[in-house]
Design a protein around this ligand. Structure first.
Ligand code: NAD
Ligand code: ZN
Length: 245
């Protein structure tokens, strides 16, 4: 667990005002949340065309909802790791800190993080395509598959072929532009708009750090790169003891 410079530099967060942690599937994979395409990934067992797109929902909403219940049950078996704990502690010391995540599993919030911008929605929220109502629903099974208006409720997440929520992207973009420390953790950075985030942070003058056991297409754009797992690197680099997570 060394930076590519061969030494374990630490990052003194007190030197920074606005901090953004940008997280992807790798952050949750370390907690055991199944990935999409990696080994044991969800799309080896299911066809997204049948369970994770608007067309599938229109054809068979119950099948789609039952698939998402299985995903909820898988996530509920997982626990946040020490890396999540470091982000919680950092926010306690830096209340203006933000997490921007591509993950839909809600692990940051379960760990105790407050200011979390979810780019792809949440597995723990449903919305009504007819009347627009949104409902938080956190159990292994949905409390109801249908809205009070009678329509099927759909998971409030970005599926294949969906547009991202423009208001959420705008909030994320503004937050990144204003930050002076940008830390990317566990994302390959190939999915848009994630691919543009380090560049955006750099343009705003931020110091950019990557935490990932593997090189990514974006690695060259970071000022500092740590090759290792989030659960090991974050506690070492940010030198904050995690609260028992
Ligand atoms: P990705 O699968 O493309 O990349 C994951 C990255 O994490 C890889 O670069 C890998 O080297 C790295 N990684 C693996 N273990 C790590 C660890 N312990 N610590 C740090 N890094 C580690 O994932 P992505 O970039 O997030 O993009 C894929 C898309 O899939 C996103 O759109 C995301 O919404 C979605 N997704 C979400 C979840 C979830 O909610 N948990 C799970 C899978 C996929
Ligand atoms: Zn409704």
């Amino acid at each position: 667990m060394f930076s590519i410079f061969g030494i374990m530099d630490t990052v003194d967060i007190k030197q920074f005002g606005q901090i953004v942690f940008f997280t992807g599937a790798g952050m949750s994979a370390e907690s055991g949340v199944p990935t999409y395409r990696g080994r044991g990934g969800i799309w080896h067992r299911y066809r997204w065309e049948e369970v994770a797109c608007q067309k599938a929902f229109d054809k068979d909403p119950l099948k789609v909802l039952e698939f998402h219940e299985l995903r909820r049950q898988a996530v509920l078996k997982c626990k946040p790791h020490r890396g999540h704990g470091v982000l919680v502690r950092t926010e306690q010391e830096h209340p203006e800190m933000a997490i921007i995540t591509q993950n839909i599993d809600g692990l940051h919030q379960r760990a105790g993080s407050k200011n979390v911008i979810e780019l792809h929605g949440s597995l723990w929220r449903l919305r009504c395509p007819e009347c627009g109502m949104k409902v938080e629903d956190k159990g292994p099974k949905y409390e109801s598959y249908t809205c009070r208006c009678g329509a099927w409720l759909r998971p409030d997440i970005t599926w294949f072929g969906d547009y991202l929520d423009e208001a959420v992207i705008a909030r994320a973009t503004e937050t990144i532009r204003a930050c002076d420390l940008f830390v990317s953790i566990g994302t390959s950075g190939v999915v848009w708009p994630a691919a543009g985030f380090p560049e955006l942070a750099r343009a705003g003058g931020a110091f950019c750090v990557e935490v990932n056991p593997e090189p990514t297409e974006l690695s060259a754009r970071f000022d500092l790169v740590y090759r290792g797992k989030a659960g090991e690197i974050l506690p070492a680099v940010f030198s904050i003891s995690a609260p028992g997570k």
